[in-house]
Ligand binder design. Structure first.
Ligand code: PXL
Length: 275
């Protein structure tokens, strides 16, 4: 069966994030990638000034209704940056109506980093995102997002027990599997912790810089591509981490490229890894 994946997030026309990252990466992983744009922005919101924004919330149910009439369904739905509670409600309807039996609901609760919510969001939005995570097969939060969803105090330095507790809390909330990104226990290292309700696994790798914009979306897209190619959650998490590191390495020396990562030249690496 040729699998169809639906990804729901905004289009930031310039900026290498959200749909302009998810579509090429998941397609490169040989999956038919369908999109539902929740908004169109001239650029992403992190660093560009005076960006334009056109909300597509009202289009979402109309598009989904058409797909339903056409008997279109999806083997997986992967959501990224969403703009409002209403959009999250529409995403739930889409999951209930268009996700195939046994299909995977994958949620990247893109809303915060470095201990802070992105400026566009408030705690009401967090509550709503929590309800989306409750019903997800896999969630891919960073530590900040995980703390907000699990209602745990954010810490910059932590130990294995803290991370283990966070994973278990997210699982108790109802997320079946958790891929927690940006977990580092040692200087110069970062990594990803994966929990499936039984096992807590960890993959550590070098930390290259304080963080590049859009890497969360690059990571989640590569994870989805690898997972749907039959990799386990842990292997997909590892491949996505290595791919993201390659993308950052390919970008870090180019100071003019501050707004995203040059992932395009690393796609062959990803394709090789998912074989
Ligand atoms: O990469 C996450 C993201 C996606 N879309 C928009 C954003 C951001 C992060 O800031 O602004 C519009």
């Amino acid at each position: 069966m040729y699998k169809k994946i639906l990804t729901i997030q905004d289009i930031s026309c310039v900026g290498q994030c959200s749909l302009t990252v998810a579509l090429p990466i998941i397609s490169a992983c040989k999956m038919e990638t369908c999109i539902l744009p929740s908004a169109v922005l001239s650029t992403h919101t992190a660093g560009f000034k005076g960006f334009t924004f056109a909300d597509l919330t009202d289009e979402m149910p109309k598009i989904a209704d058409h797909w339903k009439r056409e008997n279109i369904s999806f083997a997986a739905i992967y959501t990224g940056y969403l703009g409002s509670q209403k959009q999250i409600d529409y995403v739930k309807d889409i999951r209930n109506n268009l996700l195939e039996d046994g299909g995977k609901m994958i949620v990247d609760p893109a809303m915060a980093d470095n201990g802070k919510l992105y400026p566009a969001f408030d705690m009401e939005f967090v509550k709503s995102m929590r309800t989306l995570c409750e019903g997800a097969d896999i969630i891919l939060p960073n530590i900040t997002e995980a703390c907000l969803i699990a209602d745990v105090e954010y810490k910059e330095t932590y130990d294995y027990e803290y991370i283990d507790g966070l994973l278990k809390k997210l699982h108790d909330i109802g997320a079946k599997k958790i891929v927690l990104t940006g977990v580092g226990y040692k200087q110069g290292k970062t990594g990803v912790a994966v929990y499936d309700g039984e096992n807590h696994l960890y993959y550590e790798h070098d930390k290259i810089s304080k963080g590049c914009h859009g890497t969360g979306d690059v990571y989640a897209s590569a994870f989805v591509g690898a997972l749907l190619n039959g990799k386990s959650e842990f292997d997909a998490a590892t491949i996505a981490a290595d791919f993201t590191v390659e993308c950052i390495k390919n970008t870090i020396d180019d100071e003019s490229h501050w707004y995203g990562v040059k992932f395009e030249k690393c796609l062959e690496y990803l394709i090789d890894r998912i074989k």
